[in-house]
Design a protein around this ligand. Sequence first.
Ligand SMILES: Nc1ncnc2c1ncn2[C@@H]1O[C@H](COP(=O)(O)OP(=O)(O)OP(=O)(O)O)[C@@H](O)[C@H]1O
Ligand SMILES: [Mg+2]
Length: 465
Amino acid sequence: MANTPRILLVDDDKNIRETLGLVLRKEGYDVVVVSSSKEAIEENKKSQFTLLITDLKLPDIDGVQLISAVRKTNPETLAIIITAHAGLESAIRAIRLGAYDYIQKPFKMEEILLTVKRALQHAELLRQNVYLKRELKDKYHPDNIVGTTPGMLRTFDLIRKVAGTNVTVLIRGESGTGKELAARAIHHMSQRGNGKFVPLSCGALPETLLESELFGYEKGAFTGAVSRKPGLFEMADGGTLFLDEIGDLSPSTQIKVLRVLQEREFQPVGGVKQIKVDIRLISATNKDLEKAAKDGKFREDLYYRLNVVTIELPPLRERKDDIPLLVQHFLKQFSKSSQNLPRGSTGSFASSKTVSKPAMALLTNYSWPGNVRELENVLERAMVLGTGDTITPEDLPEGLVVDELARTNQSIVEPLNFKKARDEFEEQFLRKILDICGGNISEAARKSGISRRYFHQKIKKYKIY
Ligand SMILES: Nc1ncnc2c1ncn2[C@@H]1O[C@H](COP(=O)(O)OP(=O)(O)OP(=O)(O)O)[C@@H](O)[C@H]1O
Ligand SMILES: [Mg+2]
């Protein structure tokens, strides 16, 4: 099994080597046993181990040095050091240098097995952590923003341009158009990429909570403030603060945010000292902030501060050509994440699926009020619920099918709209009555019960004469 933990056991004591080796193998681990550091280093060159268990005192190189040699080539390898009482100090030094734990001789087998188990669990968590971090970085890599339509190309261009600067950016777009994705892409491409990206949705919290979240508070600032809490402005220092739904800020918070933008410093709730911060602010809104500013609902001065550069994300219905690309992108992403899931997680997706032509037609024609997020959810649902290798219309939510029916019916109903029908009738009527009256307009007008002038206008409109 590829995921069986591999253990390298090093001890010059034949007895320990044999019994411990046996016990560990019985637990199902893949164990390599050697009696010297030199051999251990050779083994480590050949392949990587999850865990190194080594005696402190070895005939050639001691255990502490062995650990650092092994971790130099394979930093993920965890180490446990076995020591007699006399070596305790060295064992502690080994831990300072990165060993996971130590075991004192004489030890009980249960004791060492427990330590090994804990170390392996720790290794697994580290592995998952690395995986998740890579996954997150990949997801927000600018290359993973899909789009080839002109509106999106303009957006990418802007993202690239602003990433190289420190300017404040306002991202506008309907819900689910990728505002946060764009903000993260700017952050990752910028020089602050290694700093933190700190997101906050301004609409999600009541005013006082939002302020203590943003600016933090000092110990004792209010009942319950038992210790100092740094705010998000402070946590984003050196990185990017992303304020989503900025249009929901209350007037009093608007003034405070404006002040931070102007002075690049702020005061925590209940604090007296000003704290200086170096952040880039990116904000996002799905509201018409310009109008809100004109109507006095949002501070105009703050609006201008936020809006140094605007990035507009077009709704998905205005860039339907991107839909097939997005579909491929998400299907690939879902199957990738089902293959690479950390051990212990359950992957429920088939490895890869295709989309049938009629299903793709439905996906392309739908109006997507929830934009890319809705598309992503629909596909995820189809991946989970669908049984075959192909996504068919049956795997898609009813809403898409109903929408398509309405759309196709509309094309039949459309020429029969009321005004058109009335005009057609009017024209036929006028022709008929004129025919009956031998082309005499005055008589035809009288017979129809309308004025001569009005009759004249109508026949002109339909170019009857
Ligand atoms: N162009 C794109 N390419 C690939 N994935 C995208 C694209 N746009 C959006 N997504 C994905 O769609 C989902 C929604 O995007 P995001 O959260 O950035 O939208 P939003 O505009 O912030 O939405 P809301 O207004 O609801 O907060 C995310 O999973 C994101 O990765
Ligand atoms: Mg968002």
